[in-house]
Write a protein of this length. Structure first.
Length: 132
């Protein structure tokens, strides 16, 4: 029941933002492209490479790639922040929450997908010593 109210509140906030800034004449396509599609696309590419590394090179190397991915994704986040706020001069009150929400959401999705492939790829020795 609380989840329903949470999503309803998020929907109201998003619809308020769209109504407010369409009326003022802002071009929302930049916010959508850089705040929504760019983090999803970049993390999708990283997830595909992470799946390949995990399946082809093993679970330990895949886990290391995910750790190093934190650094590369942080660089991407800083670049997208600079591009949106510094270069294109988007309103940071709208752009940064969009960017961080979709960035975080795709991180969660990537974590579960990579964990699935790590568990699928683990050796019988590791499976034998785990507590279930």
């Amino acid at each position: 029941l609380n989840v329903f109210f949470f999503f309803r509140r998020i929907f109201r906030c998003v619809s308020f933002l769209f109504r407010r800034f369409f009326i003022k004449g802002f071009f929302m396509i930049e916010y959508f492209l850089l705040g929504v599609l760019a983090p999803i696309f970049l993390n999708l590419i990283h997830m595909c490479v992470g799946i390949y590394v995990t399946v082809a090179r093993g679970s330990v190397i895949g886990l290391g790639f995910s750790g190093i991915g934190f650094l590369t994704k942080s660089i991407g986040m800083i670049f997208l922040t600079w591009l949106g706020v510094g270069y294109l001069q988007l309103d940071f009150r709208i752009y940064i929450p969009l960017l961080t929400f979709f960035w975080f959401f795709t991180h969660i999705v990537e974590a579960f997908v990579i964990q699935h492939y790590i568990k699928k790829n683990e050796s019988d020795f590791i499976k034998g010593i785990q507590i279930k």
